[in-house]
Design a binder for this molecule. Structure first.
Ligand code: NDP
Ligand code: TDO
Ligand code: MG
Length: 330
C-alpha cells in the first residue's frame, strides 16, 4: 500500500524532474561547489564552518550582510554569491522571547527560508535547512516519525513549521533536518546554563516530565557534511533522496536526567569541586512556568535518515561527555 506521504514524496519527485527538464543540470563537484552558510556565529553554524570546509568554498556572510529579519534583502546577495548549496542553520531560537516578538520570529524562521527556497528552486541549488522537535505538541506515545502531524505549542514552533512548509512547497532541492535539544561548546544552551547554575546555586530544580535527546552541534555538522558529500559525488542529482529527515542523537532522557548526567560528568572531571549529588530536584513542568509551553515528548525516530544514508547516530551521552571535556579543558 502506498501511504499518503509516499504519494506526496513521489509527486514532489516528479515535479523536481519536470523542473530539471527546464533547467539543464549544473555540473557540480567538491572542487567547484560554492556553499552559502548562514548563522555561522551560532552553535550549529560554527560547527558547520569546520565540517563543510572540506567540501567546497564557503561564503559565510554575517547577519549585517545577510539579515534574515529582512527577507526582501536576501535575493541581491544570493544573486551575487550564486551558491550551489545554501546551508541555513540561522534561526530565531529564543523560544520564550518569540511569544511576544512574533513578527521577527516569523520573518527569520518562515519568510526568509521561503525566499532561500524560491531562489534555490529557480537556480537548481540545494537548500539544507534545520528544524525542531517543537513543531510537535508532544502528545504522541513513542517516537515521532517525519510524517506525523505537527501541532506546535509555541510561536517558535509555529514559525519553524512555517519555514518547513514554505521550503516543501517551493519544490526546490531540499534537505530539512529536524533535530532536538542542541548544545555545543560554542554558543548558548541548556548544558552551559546548567554548568553556570551548578556553580552559582546550592540547589537546582529541573523538569523531569519532558523527554528528548540532547544533540550536539558537532554531530549535526558532521552528519550534514557526510550527506552533502554524497550529494556532491552523486553524478545524477535528480536521483538524490531529498526531503525531511529526523536527525538527533540516539537514546533519550528528560531535562532532569540530562542535568543529572552533566553533574555526574563534572564530578568525574573534578570541575565543580563542591558537587551537588542530591540537589538536582526533579519537578513537573507545571512547577517551572515559562511564556512558551514545551512539548512533553520530543523523541524523534531517526530510522529514515539512518537507513537512507547508512549512518549511525551515537548515544547522546557521548557528545555531552566530549563537550564537557572541552569546556573543562580535560
Ligand atoms: N538550539 C536548539 O536547541 C535547537 C535548534 N534547532 C534549530 O537548529 C538550527 C541551529 O540552531 P542553533 O545553532 O542552536 O541556533 P543559535 O541560536 O545558536 O544560532 C542562531 C544563528 O542565527 C543567526 N541569526 C539570528 N537571527 C538572524 C537574522 N535576523 N539574520 C541572520 N542571522 C540570524 C544568529 O546570529 P547572531 O549570532 O548574530 O545572533 C546565529 O548565528 C536552527 O534552525 C534551530 O531552529 C532545532 C532544535 C533544537
Ligand atoms: C534553566 C532551567 C530550565 N528548566 C527547563 C525549562 C524547559 O522546560 C527545559 C529546557 O529549557 P531551555 O529554556 O534551556 O530550553 P529551550 O530553549 O526550550 O530549548 C529548546 O530550544 C529550541 C531552540 C529548540 O528547538 C528545542 O529543541 C529546545 O532545545 O528545562 C528547568 O526545569 N530548570 C532550569 O533551571
Ligand atoms: Mg533556549
Amino acid at each position: 500500500m502506498v501511504s499518503g506521504q509516499s504519494r506526496l514524496d513521489r509527486q514532489r519527485y516528479l515535479r523536481s524532474l519536470s523542473r530539471l527538464d527546464q533547467h539543464p543540470v549544473r555540473s557540480l563537484s567538491m572542487q567547484n561547489a560554492t556553499i552559502l552558510l548562514t548563522g555561522s556565529s551560532g552553535q550549529v553554524g560554527f560547527e558547520l564552518q569546520r565540517s563543510l570546509s572540506v567540501l567546497g568554498r564557503i561564503e559565510a556572510p554575517d547577519r549585517k550582510t545577510f539579515d534574515l529579519g529582512c527577507p526582501d534583502s536576501l535575493r541581491a546577495i544570493l544573486d551575487q554569491i550564486r551558491p550551489d548549496i545554501i546551508v541555513n542553520p540561522a534561526a530565531y531560537t529564543a523560544v520564550d522571547k518569540a511569544e511576544t516578538d512574533i513578527a521577527t520570529a516569523i520573518a527569520v524562521n518562515t519568510t526568509a527560508p521561503a525566499v532561500l527556497a524560491e531562489w534555490a528552486a529557480e537556480h537548481d541549488a540545494l537548500l539544507v535547512h534545520f528544524s525542531t522537535d517543537y513543531v510537535f505538541d508532544g502528545g504522541k506515545t513513542g517516537c515521532y516519525v517525519e510524517h506525523d502531524s505537527c501541532n506546535p505549542l509555541s510561536v517558535y514552533g509555529r514559525s519553524k513549521l512555517g519555514g518547513e512548509a514554505a521550503i516543501s512547497a517551493s519544490g526546490c532541492r531540499q534537505l530539512i533536518f529536524r533535530t532536538s535539544w542542541v548544545y555545543g561548546a560554542h554558543g548558548n544552551n541548556f548544558l552551559k546554563t546548567m554548568l553556570r547554575l551548578m556553580r552559582e546555586r546550592d540547589e537546582l530544580r529541573v523538569v523531569a516530565d519532558q523527554f528528548g535527546a540532547p544533540t550536539s552541534a558537532a554531530l549535526l555538522a558532521d552528519v550534514t557534511a557526510q550527506i552533502l558529500g554524497h550529494y556532491l559525488r552523486e553524478g545524477r542529482p535528480e536521483l538524490f533522496p531529498y526531503g525531511l529527515y529526523h536527525l538527533a542523537a540516539s537514546g533519550e532522557t528528560s531535562w532532569h536526567g540530562y542535568a543529572h548526567t552533566i553533574n555526574r560528568l563534572c564530578k568525574i572531571h573534578a570541575y565543580i569541586l563542591q558537587c551537588m549529588p542530591d540537589s538536582i530536584i526533579p519537578i513537573p513542568s507545571s512547577a517551572y512556568p515559562l511564556p512558551a509551553p514545551r512539548p512533553s515528548n520530543s523523541r524523534l525516530d531517526t530510522s529514515k535518515l539512518r537507513t537512507t544514508f547508512g549512518l549511525q547516530l551515537p548515544h547522546w551521552e557521548l557528545g555531552v561527555t566530549q563537550v564537557i571535556a572541552l569546556l573543562t579543558n580535560r
